[in-house]
Write a protein that binds this ligand. Structure first.
Ligand code: VGL
Ligand code: ZN
Length: 195
């Protein structure tokens, strides 16, 4: 039997409407994720929340050669989790994108509060099956899911709790395809059955 864990990717103000890099309808994932959080908590399974956490000067930002407007600069309001997200006390925040030369799209580049790389955090907790929702489908969710599969975890994408940037139309749909092709499963709040 495997053990499940919930990974909530980057549900931060800057990725929500009004933020510096707003994902269309990004905030719509919040109430659904709150329901997933309850399910995992009731089942006694761990909840992880990743945050994009950049320095003011990073090659991730357009001005310094990257793709993006400045967003999720560490310790700013834009980098805070959406205030409607009900993260339990015991949830573990993991941090990524802090290096000035990295994009840090994947949660598997993130570290926990003890400085451990996320895959190690999961292994220590005995988690073998990761359920993933959050922002953005076509960047951090995709990168995290593909890395999780590569690292040998079972992965289920929470299809009703992700939204994408869609720099090009169809990017998010394509990203979901790619994740499923790589071996991820998908579920929704109506269908979820935990292991
Ligand atoms: C993300 C673009 C830039 C994400 C982070 O969280 O998906 N996307 N930085
Ligand atoms: Zn970023």
């Amino acid at each position: 039997m495997g053990k499940g864990g919930l990974l909530i990717v980057d549900v931060q103000n800057d990725f929500c409407p009004g933020g510096a890099l707003a994902v269309p309808d990004g905030d719509k994932v919040v109430p659904v994720l709150n329901r997933y959080i309850e399910i995992f908590q009731r089942a006694g399974l761990p909840v992880y929340a990743s945050r994009d956490w950049h320095p003011a000067k990073t090659r991730h930002f357009k001005r310094f050669g990257g793709l993006w407007p400045p967003h999720c600069v560490k310790e700013t309001e834009g980098a805070e989790f959406h205030q409607g997200l009900r993260l339990p006390e015991e949830s573990i925040v993991i941090t990524k994108g802090e290096g000035p030369d990295e994009d840090g799209y994947s949660a598997f580049q993130a570290v926990d509060p003890d400085g451990r790389i996320f895959s190690e955090t999961l292994k220590r907790a005995g988690v073998t099956h990761l359920y993933v929702g959050g922002l953005a489908t076509d960047y951090c969710v995709k990168a995290s899911v593909l890395d999780a599969i590569r690292e040998g975890f079972k992965v289920t994408v929470l299809a009703d709790a992700v939204r994408g940037v869609d720099l090009e139309p169809g990017d998010s749909a394509g990203a979901l395809e790619e994740m499923l092709k790589a071996g991820a499963k998908r579920t929704t709040i109506e269908e979820i059955r935990l292991e």
